[in-house]
Design a protein around this ligand. Structure first.
Ligand SMILES: [Zn+2]
Length: 65
């Protein structure tokens, strides 16, 4: 209770009932549709490329704090 949900697509604060798609919550059906679609389409290639790049950078420069 008291936890504020923001739309996983547009970032607006969700008032009332969120639209849920798996772990994400959206403010409206349109955002849920666009949000899940962009994750499905762009997400996979983005993730594999980004994680590969990050992996290489991580090996070269391990974070030490
Ligand atoms: Zn939204």
């Amino acid at each position: 209770m008291g936890e504020k949900l923001v739309c996983a697509y547009c970032g607006e604060e969700i008032e009332g009932e969120p639209i849920r798609r798996g772990p994400r919550a959206y403010c409206c059906e349109a955002c849920a549709f666009e949000g899940s679609r962009s994750t499905d389409c762009a997400g996979r290639t983005d993730v594999s490329q980004a994680s590969l790049k990050e992996e290489l950078e991580f090996r070269e420069n391990p974070p030490q704090s």
